[in-house]
Design a protein around this ligand. Structure first.
Ligand SMILES: *Cc1c(COP(=O)(O)O)cnc(C)c1O
Length: 423
């Protein structure tokens, strides 16, 4: 079995046009295989260079760096937004690189959640990432409402949600829907076009959280008519810890006054008039608030240039080949070990494969001790994310070989079944 996998890995790698990108990344110490790119992507040489250049701009230009140097800071968000727009299927003026998912969610929920008599509910799914839930909760409180107005779509298996349940939850009392493009634990991908159409038929506004799809698969937010979306860039887009996030506001909503106004949301021509009256930008830039975190934004420049060059369709294609290979291998390796169960649907998923096991934390610790970095999500999920630009098919082979060995020797049982602060 192992020789077949090894040979298969070699063939897949040889025929893949993106294989050479792996050499452009730095790998952490004692790490052979890094499968945690859906939590924090790795540093590339291009992202690193972009930061050095930015520091140089500051060194050389001081305050004038806002309008001079290679990437004048005053227009830097717009420069990156144009690149990010291609990845979400939007016009450049519909995207803004700013804030974080949580901050952008608050901005867009405050702007677009308008509860009125008979239509006050927010629909989300019960497995939602906690910060999304917290943001929605505080929005309800802000309007003097409570969780009676939160419709949570329940999951039948604890990992995925059914399309029928999603559609049924959105009705004439729904004011706003917030859903993930890809569920962060199971990796299930939701059909944003079908759900967006349904939400609109019911008269609701819909926003999408693209945390687990941005940078690893293409989107068509504009054509799908999505109202708004948010994402982070430090997962598959490799922008580094705290890298600046992004938001999308469909052009049909341009002209809507941002609920949380700030001077960087101004029309650029007027920003330095220093008027007491806010003149918002005519596009998605209006939803920015304060001074952009230029240094936190900069690695994204190098990272996005690489993604643009590789091409998002080719990235998705490599990603699907990596995850299919991984899935088949795990199914084979775990054939005699019924406790190991792939929970990622096979017909629609994002960039990672999630496996459940009652001793998932132990297996994660054992993998890490062998130089393979997985990702643990309590209570029982092992997420394996082969980030397509720096994970090779050989890496998958190596991971499969170690998993097979661990299951056979049961060596993982000597580790603690608890998590650390993060994983
Ligand atoms: C990673 C992630 C976040 C993180 O939000 P930040 O504000 O960037 O810290 C939010 N939502 C989802 C679904 C995520 O996966």
């Amino acid at each position: 079995m192992m020789e077949i996998w090894q040979k298969r890995a070699e063939e897949l790698e040889e025929n893949d046009p993106l294989a050479h990108y792996k050499a452009e990344f730095y790998f952490p110490e004692n790490t052979n295989v890094y499968l945690d790119g859906n939590s924090l992507g790795l540093l590339s040489k291009r992202a690193e260079q972009a930061v050095y250049k930015q520091l140089d701009s500051w060194k050389k230009h001081g305050i004038d760096g806002w309008t001079q140097g290679e990437n004048p800071w005053f227009y830097f968000s717009e420069q990156l937004s144009a690149k990010a727009a291609a990845l979400v299927g939007a016009h450049a003026h519909e995207v803004s690189i700013t804030g974080s998912i949580t901050a952008n969610l608050h901005q867009l929920l405050t702007t677009f959640y308008k509860p009125v008599q008979g239509r006050k509910n927010i629909v989300m799914e019960e497995l939602a990432f906690p910060t999304d839930r917290y943001a929605v909760h505080s929005q309800l409180m802000h309007h003097g409402l409570n969780e009676n107005h939160l419709s949570l779509i329940s999951s039948n298996d604890g990992y995925t949600v059914d399309m029928d349940d999603i559609l049924a939850a959105i009705d004439e009392q729904t004011a706003l829907v917030l859903l993930p493009s890809v569920l962060y634990r199971s990796g299930q991908r939701l059909d944003w076009k079908v759900i967006t159409d349904h939400a609109h038929q019911q008269g609701a506004v819909i926003g999408w959280d693209l945390a687990h799809s941005f940078g690893v698969m293409p989107h068509d937010l504009h054509d799908a008519g999505v109202d708004f979306a948010v994402w982070c860039t430090y997962k598959y887009a490799n922008s580094g810890p705290g890298g600046t996030g992004g938001l999308f506001v469909h052009e049909k909503h341009h002209g809507t006054i941002p609920a949380l106004a700030g001077w960087f949301g101004s029309d650029k021509e007027k920003q330095f008039d220093m008027s007491g009256e806010f003149s918002p930008a005519a596009d998605a830039s209006a939803f920015q608030m304060g001074t952009p975190n230029i240094l936190s934004m900069t690695p994204l420049k190098g990272a996005l240039e690489m993604i643009e060059e590789a091409g998002i369709d080719r990235i998705r294609s490599r990603s699907l080949k990596l995850t299919s290979f991984l899935r088949l291998g795990i199914e084979e390796a775990a054939a005699d070990e019924s406790a190991l169960n792939i929970v990622t649907p096979s017909d629609g998923y994002g960039g990672h494969i999630a496996v459940s096991h009652p001793e998932a934390a132990k297996i994660c610790r054992a993998l890490k001790a062998k130089g393979i970095v997985p990702d643990f999500r309590a209570p029982d999920i092992i997420r394996l994310a082969p980030s397509p630009l720096y994970t090779s098919f050989h890496d998958i082979y190596e991971t499969l070989a170690v998993i097979k060995e661990l299951l056979e020797t049961r060596e993982f049982t000597k580790y603690k079944n608890t998590r650390g602060i993060i994983a």
